[in-house]
Design a protein around this ligand. Structure first.
Ligand SMILES: NC(=O)c1ccc[n+]([C@@H]2O[C@H](COP(=O)([O-])OP(=O)(O)OC[C@H]3O[C@@H](n4cnc5c(N)ncnc54)[C@H](OP(=O)(O)O)[C@@H]3O)[C@@H](O)[C@H]2O)c1
Length: 311
C-alpha cells in the first residue's frame, strides 16, 4: 500500500510517500481502506518528535473509510461498511491507504467521510472534557478554543445539553462561534473583563481546549480551580488544574517491519469505542457539525502540514 511514512522527525518534509506492506487484521480488528484522515495538532507534535515515537512511523490518529477485511471475532460490521475511528497504533496510522482498527463506529447516512474523520478526536475529547465538568442544564460554561475542532464540538454538545456557553476564539472566528449558539468573546488582553460582561452572573465551569495560556484567566473567572478542566495546556499541573488527555504509548514492532504499538488497543479500545458510539448520537440527528475544510471558521491553512488526506 501507499503510505506517508516518517523516518525522521521534523517539518512537513519528513512525510514521505512510500510503498509498505499492507497489514492484516488481527483478532478484533478490521482493515479499513482510508478515505479521509483528520490532521490535528497532536500529529504535528508527533511528526516533529514531541511524542518520542519510534521511526519509521505512519502517523494519523483518526480515519474514516470502508471495511476492507474483518479479523477473527469481529462482529457488527461487514466488508464495505462505512466506518470511522482510531487506528490501533500510533505509528501505523491513517496517513495511508489502509489502517488497522478495533475501535470504530459505523458512519451514519448523510455524514461524509471528511466529516466523520474530523469527528473522531474532536468529539471524543470534547465529550470527555464536558463529562469531567458535569455541567447541568442552565449553567454557564466557558469554552476556550471554541472555533477549533475540540472546542466547536464542546460548544455544540453543551448547547444541546441546555447550557449557556461563552466561546473564546480569535476575532475572525467570532461569527462562526456565534453560529454554533455561543456568546463569542475574543481572546487577548482584557479577556476576563469581556467574559464578565458577557456572563454577569458568573461562570459555573470552564473547559480549555486551546492550551494557549488561558488557565489563569479561567481560574480567575471561576474563583479557583474547581470545575476547570484543560484538554490542551501542559502547564495544568503548575496551576493545579485537571488535565485530561492521552499520549502515544510504548511502541513494539509489527510484522510488516513498521514499528507499532498494541498497548493502546489493549488498554482502551472497548471503552473508547463505547464512548464514541454514544457521542455520535447528536450527529445522527444532524444537530451538530465537526470542523472540516470549508465548513469551519475562516482559516489560513498552515504551511506546516494542515490538510485532509483523501484516499
Ligand atoms: N487532551 C487530548 O487528548 C487532546 C486530544 C486532541 C487535541 N488536543 C489538543 O487540543 C488543542 C486543540 O486542538 P484542536 O484540534 O481543537 O485545534 P484547532 O482546531 O487548531 O483549534 C485551536 C483553537 O485555539 C484557538 N487559539 C489559537 N491561538 C490562540 C491564542 N493565542 N489564545 C487563545 N486561543 C487560541 C483557535 O482560535 P482561532 O482559530 O479562532 O484563532 C482555535 O479555536 C491542541 O493543543 C491539541 O494538541 C488534546
Amino acid at each position: 500500500m501507499k503510505a506517508s511514512v516518517i523516518t525522521s522527525f521534523g517539518g512537513p518534509e519528513v512525510l514521505q510517500e512510500a510503498d509498505v506492506p499492507t497489514p492484516g487484521p488481527g483478532r478484533g480488528q478490521v482493515l479499513a481502506r482510508v478515505h479521509a484522515a483528520g490532521v490535528n495538532p497532536a500529529e504535528l507534535t508527533a511528526r516533529s518528535g514531541g511524542f518520542g515515537l519510534p521511526a519509521p512511523a505512519i502517523i494519523g490518529f483518526e480515519f474514516a473509510g470502508t471495511v476492507e477485511q474483518v479479523g477473527e471475532g469481529v462482529t457488527g460490521v461487514r466488508v464495505g461498511d462505512r466506518i470511522a475511528g482510531w487506528p490501533d497504533s500510533f505509528v501505523q496510522g491513517a496517513y495511508a491507504e489502509f489502517t488497522l482498527s478495533g475501535n470504530y463506529a459505523l458512519i451514519p447516512d448523510g455524514v461524509t467521510f471528511e466529516q466523520a474523520a474530523a469527528t473522531v478526536i474532536g468529539a471524543d475529547n470534547a465529550a470527555r472534557g464536558l463529562a469531567l465538568l458535569a455541567p447541568e442544564r442552565g449553567e454557564t460554561l466557558v469554552v476556550t478554543g471554541a472555533s477549533g475542532a475540540l472546542g466547536s464540538a464542546a460548544v455544540q454538545f453543551a448547547r444541546l445539553a441546555g447550557l449557556t456557553v461563552i466561546g473564546i476564539a480569535g476575532r475572525d472566528s467570532l461569527p462562526y462561534v456565534e453560529s454554533l449558539g455561543a456568546t463569542a468573546v475574543e481572546y487577548g488582553d482584557g479577556l476576563v473583563d469581556r467574559v464578565r460582561d458577557a456572563a454577569p452572573d458568573g461562570v459555573d465551569a470552564a473547559l480549555d481546549t486551546a492550551g494557549k495560556g488561558l488557565l489563569p484567566a479561567l481560574i480567575e473567572l471561576r474563583g479557583g480551580t474547581r470545575r476547570v478542566v484543560t484538554l490542551a495546556d501542559l502547564d495544568a499541573g503548575r496551576y493545579r488544574v485537571q488535565f485530561s488527555g492521552e499520549t502515544p504509548a510504548t511502541a513494539g514492532t509489527s510484522s510488516s517491519g513498521l514499528r507499532w504499538s498494541t498497548s493502546r488497543q489493549a488498554s482502551g479500545a472497548p471503552a473508547s469505542a463505547a464512548r464514541f458510539r454514544s457521542r455520535r448520537q447528536p450527529t445522527r440527528t444532524g444537530s451538530w457539525r465537526p470542523v472540516t475544510p470549508g465548513e469551519g471558521p475562516p482559516r489560513t491553512l498552515r504551511a506546516d502540514g494542515d490538510a485532509v488526506v483523501h484516499g
